[in-house]
Design a protein around this ligand. Sequence first.
Ligand code: CP
Ligand code: NVA
Length: 308
Amino acid sequence: MQHFLDINKTSPKDLRGMIDAAKKIKDARHGLPKGALDQDLPLEGHMVALIFEKPSTRTRVSFDVGVRQMGGQTMVLSGADMQLGHGETIADTARVLSRYVDLIMIRTFEEATLLEMAEHATVPVINGLTNRTHPCQIMADIMTFEEHRGPIQGKKVVWSGDGNNVFASFAHAAGQFGFDLTFTGPETLDPEQKFLDEARAKGVSIEIERDPHKAVDGADLVVTDTWVSMHDPQSARERRHNQLRGYQVNAALMSKAKPDALFMHCLPAHRDDEATSEVMDGPHSVIFDEAENRLHAQKAIMQWCLGA
Ligand code: CP
Ligand code: NVA
């Protein structure tokens, strides 16, 4: 049994194996209705707990559908409704859940909650987003890039906006999959230095460029995300918007990237804030492929966790 906690905690070989498996899993379902079972039922007899302490559309639905297609069963739990939200320790929750279920996926606030869950659970734990990282999303994004443009190794990825949890998992992925990453955003919203240093130590180029138009020069992929994440206080909304306005991904910015550059956004998006509808619905955009690939990538992740 193996936890999937972060992209930097899983070997490049295993990560590559998951992406390859996800592509096969996707191909095998071609033309099937969404409710049809996968042929080999790798999760038959398995029970999976999906815990949410924050809202979710994609993570919730894609995990639920993925487990069911693989022949397993799910229970979706809200942190607030569990004793976890009323003072029971994470460690005790982890021990108890491990007696009932075969796998735990958790979306939470503090990374410490995820790590404590993993430390005390005797079943695999998957990170469905914390304030710090969002690894399942970036596995789907790597899969999506490669479907459209081939190997991501050596490519230039540019992140425009807030140096947030999704960016952090891109930095982890840069080190593990071997692509170059440029961050462009205001200094006040820079990513944690640790994420940048760690990726650089793996031999890839990680740059910070304050001018978004210079940053996207030669980009193979331009990525952004919401300017206010779920863990950010709403009181910071106006300040963040003011700081980030110049980093909006619009047609003028995309025109500075390579002509065949892709555009990604993990969604949910605030249209015409971090990215214009023109870009989101335009020829560079692969945002709905990313959303679909959450399903396939996570099935590969769950199979890896369970050795199924
Ligand atoms: N991208 C993503 O994780 O979406 P949800 O918040 O809807 O799960
Ligand atoms: N950065 C966003 C991602 C949502 C999927 C957040 O944490 O709210």
